[in-house]
Write a protein that binds this ligand. Structure first.
Ligand code: PLP
Length: 432
């Protein structure tokens, strides 16, 4: 096993993904390609679901955050696993619809939903809007009235937690484009507004404190602040929230330096805080939702590339250029995210050659990893970047008019194309 149970080395000394030889997968489906272990995704969903019913109980459930990885086949898996889904755009809603996902279990996010988004979401029957603030409340109220429905919503609140993670992905601070802060009094004001609108039903509150968080403590802090807020709203308005959504953010092991994490143990710890707070503030325990994205899909994915060149620059570094790059994985360029890289063709040889893994965009910052060690490759070798299931395919672009790679899902019946490779025709298809 390498990092996660989806990755191993076979008797030929090659990397395997979900038991399949990565070099053979590359030969069959071409490179670059995203390989996704469907069984791994299903097992994490089951871990979340069973922990939620055991520790939170009632109608508590995990909500898969589709922005981590979104395509029709994946939403079918989420439907089969009984997950709810969080969508952040009309495109993600359209994907859920295409997958036959039960729309009453969809939570619609976003800090600036357009009138068109709002109409489309209501017409699609999404269960809940996670409303960002005043303007959205008025717009949803108006569109719900026009559609003749009462739209359920959660209000997005910023509890002011700094989860000590990467700055660009901190969203629970007071200084945030998302939601309304408790600390400034704004959260209480928008709650009063939501309760006053006729075509909106306020179901509860939402917060999201950040991402790639390994400890339960920031979630526990957020849970206790949110429970106190629920108690204050009960006192102020006689309103009892039935849902508390604590957002996403559990961490994933990308390299040997990251800790192992038990989602089950973390959920158990958070549940204790919720129970204690319910007692302390004398309120009923709401149904608890969380929105894992990364932790559901990241460890199930690997990206396969073919090596094109190995450029040794004495006294500096060794560039290994591959047939993909920031167009399929922009996370190193964006955040300096660290990855584990394996020479899939020579996985059992010592990883003693230090490299910079470079993409093929016209951009010297187009790198996937620096200072990592793999068995020395040559042109034609297959290199794998592990733990790329989250925020890789979903963040892929056509920069330099590079076609996006396919997504290959490995399920019970073996590997299948879940999203086909883009072609040069696809690249020019929208051009007039
Ligand atoms: C990004 C995001 C998530 C998912 O976060 P992960 O770190 O991938 O678990 C969940 N909810 C909201 C509101 C988000 O913005």
């Amino acid at each position: 096993m390498i990092l996660h149970d989806s990755f191993d080395i076979n008797e030929k000394g090659r990397l395997t993904v979900a038991g399949y030889d990565a070099v053979e997968l590359a030969g069959r489906f071409g490179t670059p390609a995203f390989i996704i272990d469907e069984g791994k995704i299903r097992s994490v969903c089951r871990e979340y679901r069973s922990a939620f019913s055991e520790f939170f109980g009632g109608g508590s459930r995990p909500v898969y955050a589709g922005k981590a990885l979104c395509f029709t086949g994946l939403y079918r898996v989420m439907r089969e696993e009984g997950m709810a889904a969080d969508c952040v755009s009309s495109g993600e809603i359209a994907t859920a619809l295409k997958a036959g996902f039960p729309m009453e279990n969809v939570f619609f996010h976003g800090n600036n939903k357009t009138d068109d988004d709002i109409r489309y979401a209501i017409a699609s029957g999404v269960g809940y809007f996670v409303a960002d603030g005043e303007e959205e409340l008025y717009a949803v109220d108006r569109e719900a009235k026009a559609a003749g429905v009462k739209q359920k919503i959660l209000l997005r609140i910023t509890p002011g937690i700094d989860p000590h993670t990467h700055k660009k992905i901190i969203t629970g601070n007071v200084d945030s484009k998302f939601g309304s802060a408790i600390a400034t009094g704004r959260a209480a004001e928008v709650t009063a507004l939501a309760l006053s609108l006729d075509n909106i039903e306020l179901s509860g509150f939402h917060c999201h404190i950040g991402s790639q968080i390994f400890e339960p403590d920031p979630f526990c802090d957020a849970a206790s602040i949110m429970m106190r807020f629920i108690a204050e709203m009960k006192k102020a308005h006689g309103y009892t929230a039935s849902i508390l959504n604590l957002g996403g953010g559990f961490g994933v092991r990308y390299t040997e330096d990251d800790p192992e994490i038990s989602y089950r143990d973390n959920i158990k710890t958070i549940a204790e805080v919720i129970k204690d707070s319910a007692k302390r503030y004398m309120i009923d325990q709401p149904d608890v939702l969380m929105e894992p994205g990364r932790s559901i899909v990241a460890a199930a994915g690997a990206t396969l590339y073919t090596v094109g060149s190995v450029k040794e620059i004495p006294g500096f570094r060794n560039y290994v250029s591959i047939d993909g790059g920031m167009t399929d994985n922009p996370r190193y360029t964006l955040y300096g995210s660290k990855y584990t890289v394996v020479n899939a063709s020579r996985a059992s040889l010592p990883a003693d050659f230090e490299i910079t893994l470079a993409g093929r965009c016209c951009e010297s910052g187009d790198l996937i990893a620096e200072g990592v060690r793999i068995a020395k490759p040559e042109r034609g070798d297959i290199v794998a970047v592990l733990v790329t299931g989250a925020y890789n395919y979903s963040m892929a672009s056509n920069y330099n008019r590079v076609p996006r790679p396919p997504v290959i899902m490995i399920g019970e019946d073996g590997p299948r194309v879940a999203v086909r490779r883009e072609t040069r025709e696809d690249i020019t298809a929208l051009d007039e």
